[in-house]
Design a protein around this ligand. Structure first.
Ligand code: NAI
Ligand code: X2X
Ligand code: MG
Ligand code: MG
Length: 347
């Protein structure tokens, strides 16, 4: 473990220098890694591991996603199987169904978890909320997680570009005495940049907060609020969209990603810097209570309950699609589609 100073706090992280791909391949040399589910994380992780030289198979029920797996080069009967067969063949079972679907498949997975096998998650959800999910792994299997901090789509894209996402890892149960090393090897295998250690509870709590907060929920809320104010004051959709979203994603966020917030500020006008330095605090003060409310709702397991109940309904996909369509069909995001189509690289 390398000791890295994160803003004054020292943490131990695993880097690819100290745990190279070669070592990960050695650790997992005798394992058959069965990726169960081929939604978003499934493709990203399985393809990266395959390209990294691991012994990977995919388990996916027949349908559109099965066909996608075939199109991605997984071969039926060789590296692509029905879920039950993949569970049988795998020694490390990567449980990459949606968190709600994991509940339904758990009895089947549990039956396949013979002593000595490992159970791998990319989220702390299933076992942390075991009273709600019923996911209680047998005592004689290793249980660990690697949670890439980003979409499986980006995990794959960055890997192909020779880059990586950071991931957290955690051990829930160490039956073999080797669970932690296996977890790290899997983290390297799926294409992580560096790995930071956590536990299942902290992983799920921070993840649910982040995606509801700044990563997805808060950002849409703030975009919509500013866009509405601009529109109500006579600004055109294109002007409002450009000042709310397009400039952020195309110009300013890449600067933040490159070198931090002060670097982005420093590359804007002194007029903009003066205003931003004055206004970030009122925005902070206005939103902090909402973030506190959100964190408490995660902590009380209310968010887990909502997620399980809503995503277990037979028509949950159709309902999600209606809500996504509401976003897509809003004036702001329709304006966004028009703005994107006019980017020089698209025309
Ligand atoms: N989406 C992402 O990029 C991220 C997901 N995660 C975690 O990774 C895990 C997998 O999530 P996603 O890839 O988003 O899953 P997903 O929602 O894309 O679903 C994965 C697969 O589950 C299958 N499935 C759904 N219901 C099923 C059922 N009843 N029986 C059999 N198969 C069924 C679907 O065919 C699909 O292939 C979750 O624990 C999630 O929290 C973690 C980081 C990011
Ligand atoms: C992409 C990711 O890490 C999320 C937002 O937490 C998720 O998809 O669950
Ligand atoms: Mg996440
Ligand atoms: Mg998440």
């Amino acid at each position: 473990m390398a000791t890295i100073n994160f803003g004054g706090v020292e943490e131990q992280v695993v880097t690819r220098e100290e745990f190279p791909l070669e070592k990960a391949r050695e650790v997992l040399a005798d394992e058959v890694i069965a990726v169960i589910g081929y939604g978003v994380q499934g493709p990203g992780q399985s393809l990266n591991m395959r390209d990294n030289g691991f012994n990977v198979i995919v388990g996916q029920r027949k349908g559109k996603t099965y066909d996608k797996a075939v199109a991605d080069g997984w071969v039926p009967g060789e590296t692509l199987f029905e879920i039950e067969e993949a569970l049988e063949k795998g020694t490390i079972i990567c449980f990459l169904l949606s968190d709600a679907a994991q509940i339904e498949l758990w009895p089947t997975v549990k039956a396949a978890l013979k002593p000595g096998k490992s159970l791998y998650f990319s989220h702390g959800f299933g076992v942390t909320y075991k009273e709600k999910t019923g996911i209680v792994p047998p005592a004689d299997v290793d249980v660990f997680l690697v949670a890439p901090k980003g979409s499986g789509t980006s995990l794959r894209r960055l890997f192909v570009e020779g880059k990586g996402l950071n991931s957290s890892f955690a051990v829930y149960q160490d039956a073999s005495g080797n669970a932690r090393t296996k977890a790290i090897a899997m983290g390297i295998g799926v294409g992580s940049g560096y790995l930071f250690e956590t536990d299942f509870y902290k992983e799920v709590t921070s993840d649910l907060t982040g995606e509801r907060g700044t990563l997805m929920g808060a950002i849409q809320g703030i975009f919509a609020a500013q866009y509405e104010v601009l529109r109500a004051n006579g600004h055109s959709p294109s002007e409002a969209f450009n000042e709310t979203v397009e400039e952020l994603t195309q110009s300013l966020m890449p600067l933040v990603a490159e070198n931090g917030m002060d670097w982005m500020y420093a590359n804007c006008s002194t007029t903009a810097q003066r205003g931003a330095l004055d206004w970030w605090k009122p925005f902070h003060d206005a939103t902090k209570p909402v973030f506190e409310k959100l964190y408490n709702s995660v902590k009380s397991q209310e968010q887990a309950e909502i997620s399980i109940t809503r995503n277990s309904q037979p028509d949950y996909r159709e309902k999600l699609e209606v809500e996504l369509a509401e976003l897509r069909d809003s004036e702001m995001w329709r304006a966004g589609a028009a703005v994107r189509s006019l980017r020089p690289e698209r025309s």
